[in-house]
Ligand binder design. Structure first.
Ligand code: ATP
Ligand code: FE2
Length: 347
C-alpha cells in the first residue's frame, strides 16, 4: 500500500521531463499552482542532439536540478504525494534516464508513480496557463509538429508532419547556413531575427498532403540555396519561415473549420516566434476563435507540464505500476485516454 499523502493538507506532484535535450523538474500542487519549474538544457558542442550524450547530460545535472526544484518550491521530498515522469514519445536513452530517476524516487519516498505522455502534457499545461478549455492545438517543437483537438475521450491528431518537425527544419537550416548556437538563444530565434530583415520571397516547396505536411523538401531546397550563396541569408530565412509557417497555419485553419472549436492554442518551442503567432492569430480571428499562446517557460519542454498532467491522471485514477513504467519512445497522442475531460468542451 502506498502512503495516502493526498488526504493531507496540501498535495504536491513532482514531474520529471527528459524526452530530448532538456532535463527538467517541476513541482505542481494538486490545484495547478506551479511552485517550481527548473530546466537545464543540453547544448551539443556541434551538430544535432546525440541521444546518449544528452542522456549523460541529464544524469549529470539531475541531482542539482532536483535540489533546485525542492528549494524553489519550498516542498520537502517527504511532502511529495506523487512522482510523474515523461514516459514518451522521445529519445530512448533520454527517456530511460528520466524514468530511472522517477522510479527510484517513487520507490524511496513510497509514493505512486505516474507515466505521462509528453504531447498531452504540452496541451494540458498550455490550457492551464492560458485558460483555454477546449482548443485546437498547434504544437511545434524540435521533435514534433502536430495539430490536435479533443474528441470522444482522446486528443485526436488532425494533421502532423510526415517527416521532420518544424523546429528541426529551422535548426538544421541554421546550422547549414553557418549560424553559431549561443547558450540561451535557440537556432529558431536566430532565424527569426534574420527573417525580420528579409524583403524578397524566394519560391520554396510548399507541401501539404491532405492534412499532413512534409518539410524535408523545403529544408533541402533552402539548404541548397544557402550553399550557392546567390540570395541574401535574410531573404532565405524570411522565405523559409513564410513557407513553413503557411503550411502549419493552413492545417490549423482547416482543423479549426472542421471541429468548429472556439479556441486555438499555440505551443512548443517554435511558438515563441512572433511571425508564427501573428499568422495563427489571423486565422483564429477569421473563425471567431480565441487565440491563446503559452509563455515560453511553459511552451518548451518543462517538468511543470509533467507534474500537472500527473495530477490530472492520478486524480482520475491513473497510476503506473513499476512493471509498466518502461519508456514508450513512439507513444502517440491519440493512444492516450483522457478521463479528466468528462465531456467535450469541459475539463
Ligand atoms: P520536443 O521534445 O517537444 O520535440 P524540443 O526538445 O525540440 O521539444 P522545445 O524547447 O519545445 O524542445 O523546442 C525547441 C525548438 O524551438 C527548436 O527547434 C528551436 O529552434 C525552436 N525555437 C525556439 N525559439 C524559436 C523562435 N523564436 N522561432 C522559431 N523557432 C524557435
Ligand atoms: Fe516537447
Amino acid at each position: 500500500m502506498k502512503k495516502q499523502h493526498v488526504k493531507n493538507s496540501r498535495a504536491y506532484c513532482l514531474g520529471v521531463e527528459s524526452t530530448a535535450d532538456d532535463f527538467s523538474v517541476g513541482v505542481s500542487t494538486f490545484e495547478g499552482e506551479v511552485l517550481a519549474n527548473v530546466i537545464d538544457a543540453y547544448v551539443p558542442m556541434e551538430g544535432g542532439i546525440h541521444p546518449r550524450e544528452a542522456a549523460r547530460h541529464h544524469a549529470e545535472v539531475a541531482s542539482t536540478v532536483l535540489e533546485e526544484a525542492f528549494a524553489k518550491s519550498s516542498v520537502r521530498p517527504r511532502e511529495v504525494s506523487i512522482i510523474a515522469f515523461s514516459q514518451g514519445p522521445g529519445l530512448g536513452p533520454c527517456l530511460r534516464t528520466g524514468a530511472t530517476i522517477a522510479r527510484a524516487m517513487a520507490a524511496y519516498l513510497d509514493v505512486p508513480l505516474v507515466g505521462v505522455n509528453h504531447c498531452v502534457a504540452h496541451i494540458e499545461i498550455g490550457k492551464l496557463r492560458s485558460g483555454a478549455r477546449d482548443p485546437v492545438t498547434l504544437y511545434v517543437s524540435g521533435g514534433n509538429t502536430i495539430v490536435a483537438a479533443f474528441d470522444s475521450g482522446r486528443y485526436r491528431v488532425f494533421g502532423e508532419t510526415l517527416d521532420i518537425a518544424l523546429g528541426n527544419c529551422l535548426d538544421v537550416f541554421a546550422r547549414e547556413a553557418g549560424l553559431r548556437q549561443k547558450k540561451g538563444v535557440p537556432f529558431g530565434a536566430a532565424v527569426e531575427e534574420l527573417a525580420a530583415k528579409g524583403k524578397r520571397l524566394i519560391p520554396l516547396p510548399y507541401t501539404v498532403k491532405g492534412m499532413d505536411m512534409s518539410l524535408s523538401g523545403l529544408l533541402t531546397a533552402a539548404t541548397a540555396l544557402v550553399k550557392k550563396k546567390e540570395c541574401r541569408l535574410e531573404d532565405l530565412c524570411y522565405s523559409l519561415q513564410e513557407t513553413a509557417f503557411s503550411m502549419v497555419t493552413e492545417v490549423t485553419e482547416r482543423a479549426l473549420a472542421h471541429t468548429e472549436k472556439r479556441e486555438v492554442l499555440l505551443t512548443g518551442g517554435v511558438a515563441a516566434n512572433r511571425r508564427l503567432q501573428s499568422m495563427i492569430k489571423v486565422i483564429a480571428d477569421e473563425h471567431g476563435a480565441e487565440f491563446n499562446s503559452v509563455p515560453t517557460e511553459f511552451a518548451v519542454d518543462n517538468g511543470a507540464m509533467i507534474a500537472w498532467t500527473g495530477v490530472l491522471a492520478y486524480t482520475n485514477g491513473l497510476v503506473t505500476p513499476i512493471s509498466e513504467s518502461y519508456v514508450r519512445s513512439r507513444w502517440r497522442l491519440e493512444e492516450v485516454e483522457i478521463p479528466w475531460i468528462k465531456s467535450e468542451g469541459l475539463s
